[in-house]
Design a protein around this ligand. Structure first.
Ligand code: IMP
Length: 350
């Protein structure tokens, strides 16, 4: 299989997991390149259910190598939970799961700051985040104060964690939010570092070696184009680049080594959280799509907002991602609709 980037073309939840699963069977190495445990998909393999937020579902396919790329923000406790879940079901990820030493970590205080920040915003300014600490973790990365996976291997890691809690507590106190226990958090991270050490690797080298050896690489994006921090409906977006460009910066594979981009698009539109949604249906048709399509968040269980297919969004996603092939999902949800509407343009005022 040619080296492939897979992106979501709308506001996430396009059904990427299913298409990833098909492409995985043709790939040797699967790289998740951005986002964190805000994403989530449920995979049923051999009749067993797996809920994955960070680990590529390729881990369920024998012999596939999986990478959590440098562009991801990884919550160690979420990852350990996923690894434990896989082990319970008989999968051993050691030797097949590799976490970049450059991946930034979502720390306990990032979650606390995410929740406190949402709580203090006025109703119009609330983003409706997943509460997984994503914004504050990427904020720390860009502010050059973040902690990376490689830092877990440093002897001074426990002290750094405790100092991080103290700094965050100063902010949380200012916002009137509950404070965190530095000692307890330090111990939890010390344990997490021991558990995750076998998975930490220089994945930039690993990915490029695989490429040079002629292996097929699948770069999988989470969320979608309209949630992109640069190209989405800012500020009602996530804090990373789900678009195709993010696949290179989030993995270390050169843009010149990408052969094709696959866009996943649902035949109607959904969105979770706040922000503009031109084709939204706040009526019984929207409710019917929600029920028939099972449109409830995989991570938070929130009902998704539903609306008609928006071709303006589709064209825009085709442009910014350079989509070569489309996978359109969930057509059967529209089977019994007497009328199917498609938005082809927006009109403002006159
Ligand atoms: P955050 O990524 O948790 O900061 O949330 C920012 C916005 O992105 C919110 O509107 C979330 O609902 C949305 N979001 C984040 N991850 C996903 C996803 O995997 N699917 C759909 N929406 C998402």
């Amino acid at each position: 299989m040619p080296n492939t980037i897979l992106v979501g073309a709308q506001w996430g939840d396009e059904g990427k997991g299913k298409v990833i699963d098909v492409l995985t069977s043709q790939a040797d190495l699967i790289v998740r390149y951005q986002g964190g445990s805000n994403a989530g998909h449920t995979v049923i393999a051999d009749g067993r259910k797996h809920v994955l937020h960070l680990i590529p579902s390729g881990i369920l396919h024998a012999g596939k190598q999986c990478v959590i790329g440098n562009g991801v923000v990884m919550d160690p406790f979420d990852l350990i939970r996923e690894i434990d879940g896989l082990r319970e079901q008989g999968f051993d990820p050691v030797g097949r799961l590799h976490i970049s030493d450059r991946t930034h970590m979502v720390m306990s205080w990032h979650r606390a700051l995410d929740a406190a920040d949402e709580a203090r915003r006025s109703q119009e300014r609330k983003i409706g985040t997943t509460g997984r600490g994503i914004g504050p973790a990427y904020g720390a990365k860009m502010g050059r104060s973040g902690l990376r996976v490689g830092d877990m291997l440093s002897p001074s890691f426990p002290e750094t964690v405790e100092a991080g809690v103290a700094e965050a507590n100063a902010v949380l106190a200012g916002w009137g939010a509950p404070l965190l226990d530095g000692r307890e958090i330090r111990t939890r991270y010390e344990n997490a570092a021991r558990t995750l050490a076998p998975y930490i690797a220089d994945t930039v080298a690993l990915v490029n070696e695989a490429d040079r050896a002629g292996k097929s690489i699948l770069l999988e994006g989470a969320q979608g184009t309209m949630l992109d921090i640069d190209f989405g409906t800012y500020p009602f977006v996530t804090s990373s680049n789900p678009t195709a460009g993010g696949a290179c910066t989030g993995s270390g594979l050169s843009p010149r080594r990408i052969d094709r981009v696959v866009g996943v698009i649902k035949c109607y539109t959904t969105r979770v959280g706040a922000g503009p949604f031109p084709t939204e249906l706040a009526d019984e048709t929207g409710e019917r799509l929600r029920q028939k399509g099972g449109e409830f968040g995989a991570t938070t269980g929130r009902p998704r907002r539903c609306g008609w297919f928006d071709a303006v969004v589709g064209r825009y996603a085709a442009m910014v991602n350079g989509v070569d092939f489309w996978a359109m999902t969930k057509l059967d949800v529209l089977d019994e609709e007497p009328v199917i509407r498609i938005c082809t343009a927006y009109q403002r005022d006159d």
